[in-house]
Design a protein around this ligand. Structure first.
Ligand code: ZN
Length: 454
C-alpha cells in the first residue's frame, strides 16, 4: 500500500525512493510536498532579491533645463552621489554628459516640456543606456557653448542629489579648443573597464573591431567535415536604434521598441521553419553602433542581414512599407533624406566620429559589393511582392540609398522601413502583435524564396 503511494508521485519518488523501508505514513508524505513548496517559495524570494541587488543602481528622476540671464542651467536629479564626465563634440555641436549606468524614471514629457523656452541653448536632448556601466545624456546645442560651472548639490530634507551644469555661449574657436581639451581628459570608466584583464576584451567591444576569419589549419579536413554536416544559413536581424537612440517617436511610441518587438517575432518565426540559424544584433533596449551591427553580422557568418526600422514624417497621411538596398546614388530625395536620418544614429548617441574612418559618407563600391548589392535587390524585390499581400507599400517600394548599416561588402543586406509611426493606421498595425506576426511570415516567405533560387 505504502509502496503504491510512493509510486503515485514522480517528484516524491525522486526524494523518497526508499520510502517503503522507512514505513512512511501519509502525513509525512504531505509534509514533503509542503517542504518542496517552501523550497520553491524561498528560492523565488532569493532570486528576486538577487535581481534587486543587481539592479541597485542610481535612479535619475528628472532633468530640468532653465535660463538664467545668459546662462542655460541643466539639473539632473539623481538618487545617489555619482561620478560624471562632461565633454563637447562638434559638427553637429553637442554637449555629452557621461554618468554611471542608471535607471531612468523621468516624467513622460520631460523632453518636450523642457524645450518650450527657446531662450536656452539647447535644441533637443536624449538620455539613456549607452554601454555596460555607462549612461549618457546628449544635449544638441544651438550655438557653440562652454561649461561655465558643474557641481553637485547634496540632498537636504530627503531630496535627491542634483547634478548642476551651467552653459554659456562661446565662440566657435573657443568651443573647438574645449573639445581638444576634453579629449585629453580621462573617460569615465566603469568598474569592469578598470580591470586590466578585461581591458583588451572591452577594447574590442568598444571600438567594434571586425573579427577576421581564421584560416583553417587543415583545409581538406574542414571541407570533409562540412560535407557531413548540413549548415543552416545564418540570418541576422537588426532591430534599429536602441538605448539612448530612440529612433522616430510618436507620442509615447518609440521606434526602438517597435523594431525590437518585430525582430523577436521574426526570429521566432524563422527559427520555427527549421531551415535557418537566426541572430539579433540586440536583444534588449541598448545602444549598438552602426559599424558594430555590421560586425555582429560578420562575426556570425551571416548569409543575410535584415535591418528593421519605422519612420515618422511631418505628413501624417503618408503610410506604407518600403524596402531599401545600398546604392551610391539614392533613388529619390526622400530615400536620401531617410538614409541621412538613419545614419545619424551614432551622432545622436554622442559618439565622437572625428577620429574614425568614415563608413557613412564614402561609399566605395567594389566588384564584390556590386554582386552583394544584386543579391540584396533580389531579396528586396521578393519581400515587396509578399508584403503587398498583407499591407500597404509605398509606390516604388524597393528603394536605394547609402545606408551605413547596409555596407557589408559580402553580406546581402536590406533595410525594411515597416511603416510610419506618424500615420495612425501604420502605427496601430505596428503596435499589433498579430500584424507583426504576419510581417514575420512574409519575411519568412521572402527568405525562403531567396535561398531556394540561390
Ligand atoms: Zn530608424
Amino acid at each position: 500500500m505504502l509502496n503504491k503511494r510512493c509510486n503515485e508521485s514522480f517528484v516524491l519518488n525522486i526524494f523518497l525512493r526508499d520510502c517503503h523501508f522507512l514505513n512512511i505514513t501519509v502525513p509525512f508524505r504531505l509534509n514533503i510536498r509542503l517542504l518542496i513548496s517552501y523550497l520553491i517559495f524561498f528560492l523565488s524570494i532569493f532570486l528576486s532579491l538577487a535581481s534587486d541587488l543587481k539592479a541597485a543602481e542610481p535612479v535619475a528622476t528628472n532633468i530640468r533645463i532653465g535660463t538664467h540671464l545668459k546662462k542655460t542651467r541643466i539639473v539632473i536629479d539623481v538618487s545617489d552621489k555619482i561620478n560624471y564626465r562632461i565633454f563637447a563634440l562638434s559638427d553637429p555641436n553637442r554637449i555629452v554628459i557621461d554618468l554611471p549606468e542608471m535607471t531612468w524614471r523621468l516624467p513622460a514629457k520631460v523632453i518636450s516640456q523642457n524645450l518650450v523656452d527657446n531662450r536656452n541653448l539647447i535644441n533637443n536632448f536624449r538620455y539613456g543606456y549607452f554601454r555596460p556601466g555607462l549612461s549618457r545624456v546628449v544635449l544638441d546645442i544651438k550655438k557653440p557653448a562652454r561649461i561655465k560651472s558643474v557641481f553637485i548639490i547634496t540632498p537636504a530634507n530627503g531630496k535627491n542629489y542634483r547634478l548642476v551644469i551651467d552653459l554659456v555661449q562661446t565662440s566657435r574657436k573657443k568651443f573647438l579648443a574645449l573639445i581638444r581639451e576634453s579629449k585629453l581628459k580621462k573617460p569615465l570608466r566603469t568598474k569592469k573597464e578598470r580591470d586590466p584583464s578585461l581591458k583588451k576584451e572591452l577594447e574590442n567591444q568598444l571600438y567594434n573591431m571586425i573579427p577576421t576569419k581564421k584560416k583553417p589549419r587543415n583545409e581538406k579536413r574542414t571541407i570533409e567535415k562540412q560535407k557531413k554536416v548540413t549548415i543552416k544559413p545564418v540570418v541576422v536581424i537588426d532591430p534599429g536604434h536602441g538605448g539612448i537612440d530612440p529612433g522616430s517617436t510618436s507620442g509615447r511610441v518609440f521606434e526602438k521598441h517597435i523594431t525590437l518587438a518585430a525582430a523577436k517575432v521574426i526570429e521566432f518565426h524563422l527559427k520555427s521553419l527549421g531551415r535557418y540559424t537566426v541572430f539579433l544584433t540586440r536583444r534588449n533596449d541598448k545602444f549598438v553602433r552602426l559599424r558594430k551591427r555590421i560586425a555582429i553580422a560578420k562575426a556570425h557568418g551571416a548569409s543575410l542581414f535584415i535591418s528593421l526600422h519605422a519612420d515618422a514624417i511631418k505628413n501624417r497621411r503618408v503610410r506604407g512599407l518600403s524596402v531599401y538596398t545600398l546604392s551610391e546614388r539614392a533613388s529619390d530625395k526622400e530615400a536620401a533624406d531617410l538614409a541621412r536620418k538613419e545614419n545619424k544614429s551614432d551622432v545622436i548617441a554622442g559618439v565622437d566620429l572625428s577620429t574614425e574612418s568614415p563608413i557613412v559618407s564614402d561609399i566605395l563600391i567594389d566588384l564584390r559589393q556590386r554582386n552583394t548589392m544584386n543579391e540584396s535587390s533580389k531579396l528586396a524585390i521578393g519581400l515587396v511582392k509578399h508584403m503587398r499581400k498583407i499591407t500597404k507599400t509605398l509606390s516604388n517600394a524597393h528603394r536605394f540609398a547609402g545606408f551605413a548599416v547596409l555596407k557589408s561588402p559580402d553580406i546581402p543586406s536590406i533595410l525594411v522601413e515597416m511603416g510610419f509611426l506618424s500615420n495612425k493606421a501604420d502605427e496601430k498595425a505596428l503596435l499589433n502583435p498579430k500584424y507583426r506576426a504576419q510581417l514575420a511570415r512574409s519575411i519568412g516567405k521572402a527568405v525562403d524564396d531567396y535561398f531556394s533560387s540561390n
